[in-house]
Design a protein around this ligand. Sequence first.
Ligand SMILES: [Fe+2]
Length: 263
Amino acid sequence: MIDIHHHLLWDQDDGSTSLALSLEMAQMAAEDGITHIACTPHANSYYDYDPLSVTAKIEELQQLLRQRNIPVILGRGCDFHTSYDNIQLAHNDPTRFSLNSGGYLLVEIPDHALPPTLNEVFYQMQLDGVIPILTHPERNLTLQKDLPRLKEWLRSGVLVQVTAGSVTGRMGKTAQRMAHELLSKRWVHFLATDAHNVTSRPPRMREAMELVAEKYGSDYAHLLCVSNPLAAFMNKPMQPQLEPIDLYEDQAPRSWWRRLLGR
Ligand SMILES: [Fe+2]
């Protein structure tokens, strides 16, 4: 499994608090079957994000993992918050925050309200050649009551990442209910741990993957935990997805010649 959202780096944000804990988290992830981790510290008004120092920390940790035979490949990403400064920086240099400087970018929303300019932010990112991955919409109180908003973003090409802990119920009943609603519609593209430590927010996704396989099929589980996140990690196009349910049905019917041409 490939984990594209993980606060593994020590003393970088509210994730790992020591190098020893980062090593413990990586070990736990490896034991769970995670082979790749994108280290994605927050970039917001509390936590500064400097790609060079983040990269240096990743290299240091990768070397220690190799020495300890912990079989995890690290990459760099960012838990990108949509502050004015971040948006300008990402516009000027889209690869500054993206996964391994490629074309996929995690976009974090708060757990309560939604930033009013998100539509424009997503649109501008796509114009800049970046595919936004909306992180854990199932945990957002506004989106929990406003699925059409999410539907609109999905239609415009935004991808969705759900937290593994939401699938298994660790993030509360409401998040779990919404996670399963999204999964049942195949509106999810990635599962990720969003791990912060080894206790309350652990780096585990196997249980969630197995649950998805059992309830929604092993093909879908493989897409969410292996194929799609690996494509994002490696900056490759994602393979064809399973048909989403109830995503385009209320759009205007295609004209006869579009149907004929399959467009
Ligand atoms: Fe996060």
